[in-house]
Design a protein around this ligand. Structure first.
Ligand SMILES: CCCCCCCCCC(=O)SCCNC(=O)CCNC(=O)[C@H](O)C(C)(C)COP(=O)(O)OP(=O)(O)OC[C@H]1O[C@@H](n2cnc3c(N)ncnc32)[C@H](O)[C@@H]1OP(=O)(O)O
Length: 132
């Protein structure tokens, strides 16, 4: 998903296809949650803050059709020690189809490096959990 930073928020455009189908013709709720969680990851990059999702809440307001352009927006609403609170929306045209809130917890880069897959070089210059 391509993301863009705009005035402290992260925006993305997304069209879900048949691979993300839940009920016939409609997006699976897990795909909607994954897209919003991924967008929150974009906010972390904007903030240069390594963190992981500890809690994710999604309010599904309207069925989300496949093959329809969706617009997503996310931002960090508050920080509290190692905790970052996030809020985001997914819209189809003028209608908000889903809203998400999440709590992320700041971690050390070692949290990601433990997978054995290298992290981007830039991440190592960011302050980890101890920064909070
Ligand atoms: C920079 C770019 C980074 C890109 C990454 C993109 C990530 C994309 C989003 C994801 O998909 S992340 C993958 C899904 N999430 C995980 O795999 C997280 C798995 N959980 C953990 O690794 C640990 O549980 C976690 C790091 C979240 C917390 O463990 P810690 O031992 O570091 O912290 P601790 O348990 O001491 O909790 C710290 C604070 O957070 C609170 N907390 C932790 N987990 C919580 C939870 N689940 N719900 C509510 N509060 C929670 C906890 O109560 C405490 O609050 P206080 O400081 O007020 O005491």
């Amino acid at each position: 998903m391509q993301m863009q930073a705009v005035d402290g928020e992260v925006h993305a455009d997304l069209t879900l296809d048949g691979r993300m189908e839940g009920a016939p013709g409609l997006a699976h709720g897990g795909a909607i949650a994954a897209a919003l969680d991924d967008l929150f990851g974009g906010v972390l990059v904007l903030l240069e803050t390594p963190a992981v999702t500890a809690r994710l809440n999604v309010e599904y307001r309207l069925p989300v059709p496949l093959h329809t352009p969706l617009h997503l927006v996310a931002r960090c609403t508050a920080t509290e020690g190692r905790k970052l609170h996030m809020a985001g929306t997914m819209s189809a045209g003028e209608a908000i189809v889903a809203e998400a809130s999440a709590m992320f917890v700041r971690v050390e880069i070692a949290h990601f490096e433990a997978s054995g897959v290298p992290v981007p070089d830039a991440w190592r210059s960011w302050g980890g959990a101890a920064r909070g």
